[in-house]
Ligand binder design. Structure first.
Ligand code: ATP
Length: 741
């Protein structure tokens, strides 16, 4: 890195000004917050709710200003016209409202990520600033002259800063990459909002990082549009969501709802497990039709007319009447539970007509209402009508479908007998991840009686218009960017406690989002996609994944095959081609193995080489496990020698408990508990570690995820991969005798 004392002083002076401004803004925000809180609990409900709204506004702003402390400013551009521009996590202006720091997401910052010697966009010099706390500790300059000398080969922008970021010890939490976003990543991050953008990229190409930065970018560039209905982020597991959960807050964004497929339905905890085969069957798109049939099977004409006695009169629930009433109710195309209202009304009218025929006098309309009520509450009639049109919850429908062979046979003629037998399970079994899309499909077809809710929504919408007008006036002149009038108006709402968009969305199954981000998207089944598309009617999506890493049998091997039926031609594909995580020797071994196994991998270039990155240990079967555990602890000491560092041992799922117990026994209680993770390949999907010990790759290859699992396991390390084996290594892992020992 180039470092000149005077230049450092210049940058330090700039940084001092920026941090002083940040401190000043924090002070003002805190003072305003204190003032709002001081104003006490008096006043009308309207006043109180306005006060709460402003308090939340200032709290959010204070949190944002705190979140940007670290690496507030990380770059500088010098232009042909001798102007300079500093790039940072947020935009700042001085007291005269002149810009002193440009938000990384602003159009004016784009050249920081994209300008090259061949296409300079007026940039003479790009400078990456390295800071520790509030001090400038280094800088790296790129002179973008017109000679174009540096444009061949792998052109990394801010290579020194990038390599420093890549080789830093891992903390177990993903960090943001704002300071070192590369040009191909920036193009994806800033790609337009409309349509579905699929980002295909091999392991370590920054798909997750790019997806998160794109969410932050879209919220900045389209705040008005996105803030109200929110952005939904779907990841593969809770541990993955924990791994990434600091990235968006560090970018100043908190309005994203993150979830997994298993957790997406309010009130359902899908923690049950089942075989990959059963999950695959449930994931097929034909289950859309199967659930639909299961619902219509609950609208059925009885085998015989049913006699009931009301007040001494014989009435008949006639098959013919039921058939007509069902037909009439279906014509409205409403969900089952809502259409049932029509069915019941129709049947009660017909029964009332029979009842009246038995009377010797004519009936006034009030009496008629009484008769209807009496019929409605007669137990036999209720039973007869329920048998013809059962009110159902999604849980009940799916539970019955999967527990009763005759229901499944009737609803799922497309499945073979063996497949249906595989699906059957005892009633009351815990929900599994693959059940969730079926429950959601059922909820959609069954519907809820939402008349009251809809009337309330209409009333809310009218009130909201008034609040919106007021919020616009409040914001006028107050400077923009932080919050839209819409969001502020929602905070003024008088009904109930103030909820953020995320909080409201989490409680409401039918909430629709303005944008959807899906990570590890290759794993999702066709049914899971149907469920997600329902939550994003605009079809504005960022879908990132790698079809070579698919381990779920229901997942995608080709984006086109999975997405075209759902999104037709409204999706576009981008590719990432540089592997930032894995050192070259490890990446090549993984690549060779994948090609030998026939996975659809595209060639990747590694950004780094690390000495002795890949080591293979041939051991006897008796010594295998001891060696695996011993290496894990050795590596832990090594990567921890300079502070942070994470080690993972990847073994077959069935060996995880044993290896974890041994590691624990060997380690004692001295180290921090999370420093060695023992996990199966599917548990480390999307994660990364300084060092990985992979035990017996041949066994992983034979496991449920096959070569994809092995590919995932091999591509997790940022520094070292140690392979222990007693059996032959799978083809391609070794390149001749290289690296073997
Ligand atoms: N431009 C960049 N600057 C600094 N670090 C980067 C950059 N791009 C990617 N990285 C780092 O590379 C690593 C891999 O990124 P990420 O996890 O997003 O990859 P991925 O494509 O999602 O991988 P996988 O498919 O294996 O899950 C992360 O540590 C990320 O922070």
């Amino acid at each position: 890195m180039t470092e000149q004392p005077t230049e450092t002083r210049v940058e330090q002076d700039t940084l001092d000004v920026l941090y002083a401004r940040l401190d000043e803004l924090r002070r003002v925000t805190r003072a305003r917050l204190a003032e709002v809180r001081r104003s006490g609990p008096s006043g009308s409900p309207q006043n109180r709710s306005e006060r709460d709204a402003f308090a939340t506004l200032y709290e959010d702003r204070a949190a944002l200003l705190d979140a940007v402390e670290d690496r507030l400013c990380f770059g500088r551009l010098d232009f042909d016209d001798e102007t300079t521009r500093y790039i940072g996590r947020i935009g700042l202006t001085d007291e005269q409202h002149s810009s002193i720091l440009t938000d990384w997401r602003a159009p004016a910052a784009q050249a920081f990520y994209r300008a090259t010697a061949a296409q300079r966009d007026g940039v003479l010099r790009r400078r990456h600033l390295v800071t520790t706390g509030r001090r400038v500790t280094g800088m790296e300059d790129e002179i973008l002259d017109l000679s174009g000398e540096n444009t061949s080969g792998l052109a990394l922008s801010g290579e020194g800063a990038l390599l420093a970021a890549l080789s830093a010890g891992r903390t177990g939490r993903m960090g943001d990459i704002v300071a070192t976003i590369q040009a191909e990543q920036d193009t994806i991050i800033r790609s337009e909002l409309q349509g579905a953008l699929v980002v295909q990229g091999g392991p370590g190409t920054g798909k997750t990082a790019v997806a998160l930065h794109r969410a932050a970018y879209l919220l900045y560039a389209h705040r008005r549009l996105l803030e109200r209905s929110g952005v939904l982020l779907v990841g593969p597991s809770q541990s993955f969501l924990r791994y990434i959960d600091q990235v968006l807050p560090s970018l100043g964004e908190t309005g994203v709802v993150s979830t997994t497929i298993a957790d997406i339905l309010p009130g359902i905890e899908a923690r049950g497990t089942e075989s990959p085969r059963v999950a695959e069957i449930k994931g097929r798109s034909v289950f859309g039709a199967i659930v639909r049939r299961a619902v219509s099977a609950r609208q059925r004409v009885p085998a015989q007319d049913v006699r009931v006695r009301v007040d001494g009169n014989d009435l008949v629930v006639r098959r013919r009447d039921v058939r007509d009433a069902i037909a009439k109710a279906r014509r409205g195309h409403k969900p089952h539970n809502l259409a049932r209202v029509t069915f019941v009304r129709e049947m009660l009218n017909r029964l009332a007509a029979q009842y009246v025929e038995h009377l010797s006098y004519s009936v006034e309309s009030e009496d008629r209402a009484e008769i209807l009520e009496e019929l409605r509450s007669t137990r036999e009639i209720r039973i007869a009508l329920n048998l013809a049109w059962m009110p159902l919850s999604p849980q009940k429908l799916v539970e019955d479908l999967l527990a009763k062979p005759h229901r499944l046979a009737e609803a799922a003629p497309e499945l073979s007998e063996a497949e249906r037998a595989a699906l059957l399970r005892a009633p009351g079994a815990p929900w599994t991840e693959a059940d969730v899309p079926l429950l959601d499909e059922a909820a959609e077809l069954l519907g809820e009686d939402d008349q009251v809710a809809r009337a309330q929504a209409r009333q809310d919408a009218e009130q909201r218009e008034e609040r919106l007008e007021y919020a616009r006036q409040v914001l006028e002149g107050a400077g923009g960017g932080m919050v839209s009038a819409e969001a502020l108006a929602d905070r003024f709402a008088t009904s109930g406690p103030y909820l953020t968009t995320a909080e409201r969305a989490e409680k409401d199954r039918s909430w629709t989002f303005a944008h959807l981000v899906v990570d590890e998207a290759q794993e999702l089944s066709a049914m899971a996609w149907r469920m997600l598309v329902r939550r994003c009617p605009t079809r504005s999506m960022t879908i990132v994944g790698d079809v070579a890493q698919t381990s779920s049998a229901a997942g995608a091997r080709s984006w086109g095959a999975m997405l075209t039926p759902l999104l037709r031609d409204s999706w576009r594909l981008s590719e990432l081609t540089v592997n930032y995580r894995t050192p070259e020797a490890i990446a090549s071994a993984a690549q060779r193995m994948a090609v030998a196994a026939g996975l659809p991998v595209s060639t990747l270039t590694s950004a780094r080489e690390v000495p002795a990155a890949l080591t293979v240990h041939a051991v006897s079967p008796e010594d295998l496990r001891d060696r695996t555990v011993g290496l894990a602890l050795e590596l832990l000491r090594e990567v921890r020698s300079d502070g942070a560092g994470q080690v993972a041992v990847v073994v077959r799922a069935e060996d995880v408990a044993d290896v974890a117990a041994r590691v624990q026994a060997e380690r004692g209680a001295t180290d921090s508990p999370d420093a060695v993770l023992v996990a199966s390949p599917s548990q480390v999907k999307g994660l990364e570690f300084d060092a990985v010990v992979l035990e017996e790759p041949a066994a992983v290859l034979e496991g449920p995820g096959g070569a994809s699992d092995l590919y995932v396991a091999m591509t997790r390390p940022t520094r070292y991969l140690h392979v222990t084996h007693s059996r032959d290594l799978p083809a391609g892992v070794l390149d001749g005798d290289r690296d073997a020992r």
